[in-house]
Write a protein that binds this ligand. Structure first.
Ligand code: COA
Ligand code: AMP
Length: 269
């Protein structure tokens, strides 16, 4: 697919130095102004009124767009934080992350991965064998951008997730982000839980088995959280990884299988 006539539309809202919300789409010219309106409403609907909303419209010109199938989605309704983290660790190790690296990531997300012990503005990059941090800036990290669902895939994934009772827009957006990440050169796996104190669910994703949602990777009310991208250091080039994740437009044109299981290991391995 060529990007001619397509636009990257992005929104970020902040209160002082605090980031409140962000969203993005890839749409044709005719939808740009409607999406800007939706983003404005989304930015304004948060509990805190932003004092800055930045809306960006960027023509994608001749850039070739990558089309991808969504990762298969598996919901694992496990009980309690300890059980969810244990399952996340098993999934990460099944994807090729060492126990030491998985534990390094849990510690970082638990205590705040930035040098100040707070959330980062993007994701950590971690060596999947040693757990060594590889992102050049530990407060900023790396931020995935320029991805979206096609209309058809968006309808289908929304229906599928609704069928599982997962109606929060975050699930669909996180699945899109994880799908883009799963195609990054050198990626092994991803771990995420939100820094939003009201959102306790998180996920592990890998190119091999897809996206695994776990309902309680942290306790309600806690602000810690973040993302870790685990990479294979033998086939990793920071420039190519960063250029792909930040600049390469990716549209997900096919929704994947969505299912639920109480036995994650049987479903995955
Ligand atoms: N947390 C904290 N600060 C953020 C931020 C975040 N998630 N996203 C943006 N900012 C702030 C930072 O100060 C950033 O400066 P920096 O590059 O020095 O960190 C500044 O805004 C500009 O960010 P930039 O990414 O250049 O802005 P943008 O307008 O091009 O895109 C987003 C903003 C939020 C749309 C994009 O960064 C993003 O995260 N896209 C994915 C959105 C999504 O679908 N998320 C769902 C995941 S579950
Ligand atoms: P969220 O799921 O939006 O609550 O984000 C959880 C964490 O993921 C944040 O604390 C950031 O560290 C990181 N993050 C947010 N947006 C991005 C992004 N676009 N790309 C990579 N990491 C992100």
């Amino acid at each position: 697919m060529k990007a001619a006539g397509l636009f990257s539309v992005r929104m970020r809202a902040a209160s002082g130095t605090r980031h409140l919300s962000g969203a993005e789409r890839i749409v044709p010219f005719g939808l740009v102004s409607a999406v800007l309106g939706q983003f404005f409403e989304r930015a304004w609907s948060k509990d805190l009124t932003p004092d800055e909303i930045v809306l960006t419209v960027e023509p994608l010109g001749d850039t070739a767009i990558q089309e991808r199938d969504a990762l298969p989605f598996l919901d694992v309704p496990a009980d309690g934080e300890a059980e969810c983290r244990k399952l996340a660790s098993i999934a990460l190790q099944g994807a090729g992350v060492s126990l030491a690296a998985a534990e390094e990531a849990f510690q970082a997300l638990e205590h705040g991965p930035s040098p100040e012990g707070s959330a980062m503005r993007g994701a950590m990059i971690m060596d999947s064998r040693t757990g060594e941090r590889m992102e050049p800036d530990r407060a900023r990290g790396i931020r995935v951008s320029r991805f979206d669902w096609s209309d058809e895939a968006s309808r289908r994934i929304t229906d599928e997730l609704n069928r599982l009772g997962l109606t929060h827009f975050r699930t669909r957006e996180a699945l899109a982000l994880a799908t883009k990440v799963a195609h990054a050169p050198g990626i092994v796996a991803e771990l995420c839980w939100s820094d939003d104190p009201d959102y306790t669910a998180g996920y592990v994703a890998s190119p091999g088995f897809g996206y695994v949602r776990l309902p309680l990777l942290k306790q309600q009310g806690k602000t810690g959280g973040g993302r870790a991208f685990f990479i294979d250091n033998r086939s990793f080039a920071l420039d190519a990884f960063t250029a792909y994740l930040t600049l390469q437009p990716v549209v997900i044109t096919k929704a994947g299988r969505c299912s639920r299981t109480t036995d994650m290991t049987i479903a995955l391995f």
